[in-house]
Design a protein around this ligand. Sequence first.
Ligand code: MOS
Length: 787
Amino acid sequence: MKKVISISRRGLLQTAVGALGYAKCAHAGGAQHVAIAVNQKDAASKPMMTYIGTPTSRVDGRAKVTGEAKYAGEFNASGLAHASVVASTIAKGRILRIDAGEALRVDGVIDVLTHELRPHMADTDRAYKDDVAPPGGKPFRPLYDDRILFNGQPIAVVIAEEPEIARFAASLVRIEYAEDPHVTDVYRQRDDAIALKPAQSPWAPPKPRGNAAKAFAEAHVRHQGEYYVPIEHHNPMELYASTVTWDGGGKLTVYDKTQGVQNVQRYVCGVFEMKPDDVRVMSPFVGGAFGSGLRPQFQVVLAVLAARALERSVRLVLTRQQMYALGYRPAMIQQIKLGANADGTLASISHDAITVTSRYENFYRQETGWSGLLYKSANAEYAHKLAHLDLSTSCDMRAPSAATAVYALESAMDELAVALKIDPVDLRVRCYSDRDQNSDRPYSSKSLRACYHEGAEAFGWNARNPEPRSMRDGSELVGWGMATGIWEALRMPIAVRIVLSANGHAEVSCATSDIGTGTYTIMAQVAADMLGLPIENITINLGDSTLPQSPVEGGSWIAASVSNGIATTSMAIRQDLMRLAKKMPNSPIADDAPDEITLADGKLVSKRDASHAVSIADAMRHGAVDRISQEKSTTVADDHSYANNTHSAIFAEVKVDEQLGVIRVTRVVSAVAGGRILNTKTAHSQIMGSVVWGIGMALHEETLVDHNFGRVMNANIAEYHVPVNADVYDIKVIFVDEPDAIINPLGIKGLGEIGIVGVAAAIANAVYHATGKRVRDLPITLDKLQR
Ligand code: MOS
């Protein structure tokens, strides 16, 4: 089985040369550096780029592969106790009685905490709201009272000297319940789903335009279909875990598996009515999160509760099975109606969605608007309803709303192409939208046409016979399908501190996370280029709530946000250095205006004449300073006059065993327009990982709930299928050239989530092309092909 990895460097090099005037290409071997200096005038206005845009290897790679990098469940403390969760076995009702007697008699058990027997917790809903997605409704309060809201809800915590003892004793806790009727089936709740009003929240459906119903009725060709995506569960490698160290005097350090240390800090302070100075939250490394760690998970509350009860350090790691009690992509029933004109343009788009949330909260994202954003149509309408089920609240999962909505849209577009007898790529080009029609704005940049073109060329799309079942490879039917992807290019306010030492070493600090995406690395690249230092001289501190302010790492927004933060703070450092350098006797840069001086190779250099230079070390020595420290915050200077999005075109080949219906995804080409690519290596990995997840979405992933018990039946990765190496063949990632001078000074859009959007549809469309069978509910398993 071969796996081909390739990156188109052509586009990147053009970006680098065209916009930056300076580029370094690291080849596969690593050490060869090529500096290209062009267009001196242009170069003068921009910082030197040595690291940005290159395939720099992870600066934390060694720490990760040697085990030096510690994760939340690996931090140690003297006298560490271990906690284990007792979970509800009913979906709804009340706890009548908890008998922990037998558990408490086990040698090594320290205590059993329940809602009746626990330290004080806040008693207002407000205290339990975190700042990621404070959905409407009442936030869940772990171990708060006798009410059961979902199966798997934590109802007791056993604390012992060893994790095995805690887990064993947890199995001995006896619970008596008073059970209430529950509903966990979205199809049973469908008619009772509650409609969201347009503009009710930022995630409510966009306003309609034109008259979609009339245009649909009068359309030359109509397609209407219902598409279903099941509940899918987060399965990051790292288990949800918290280690809480009791630091004395009521102070705690919380090592948590999270995408936002400051969010968890505020939340813990709210729930336990603690002062921010008494709670430090750390998350230096995260073993994948993808949205599961955006909101604080219940194990952090339970671990803190236990530490406060015992006045002792406590670790709590959920089992893989227990992780299925939270953290899932909402199931989604979607109705798409497309009306087409004879020339293959769209007359109307209607997108209706029903998504799943809990009884107690209204979690949702803007599911439907992607349709009328992506394609040009004068008439569009959207509707979105929430189905409240007796499950825990659904949550963000990689490209929340787009991964699901675009699956339906792009399946429907493929069906429309078949009805119109138009090539699927051609249909999308005919419906291409150069403006965001939902908000009537131009894009800051949109290179989706290049994605279609370069993706189709790399895939060999022109050789496709449009007839289903027309292509074969021995006993396998071959299918080629494609789809479009879209995601947002968001930026958030952030603060960055840089401390520059006279020895030319810089420490860059921000409370952001690196959820495995490569944030340490891109931060080091940007800092090195902005400060004109070798990357080896940069130290990155992140994942610590005491560091300068950061939002959670999510929505693919941190790369752009933190890079802007570093650039902004670097400017302040440069100002300080300039002041020092200009004060030097006979300073070679005395006559240069501030914007004529750049930082490069450890020096302040005149852009007019590179021989006019002062080393950073000399400037600081003459000024008698041994360190310069600056901390700056960015605001998001967004005037809302442009739409900011990333795009992609995905091409997939499947081979389907004609007798058995077994599907293999033998080739995928993903062509991505994501602005400037900071690191071609980690960006490539992001997209490749997302494509693999898209294969899972298309063919494997499905949470199965036994509706009699309201309980997940396949709560383990033996029965909840995720793609493994044997499911992954050839994935080619292309980054098309997409300069963006508007979005931010560096032209960064951010990546990651865009990689999954459209993949499931491209595969579903390929399966149709191979077999002539249209499956409209995911995952496409072999039994559905045989129906
Ligand atoms: Mo992502 S779903 O915003 O971590």
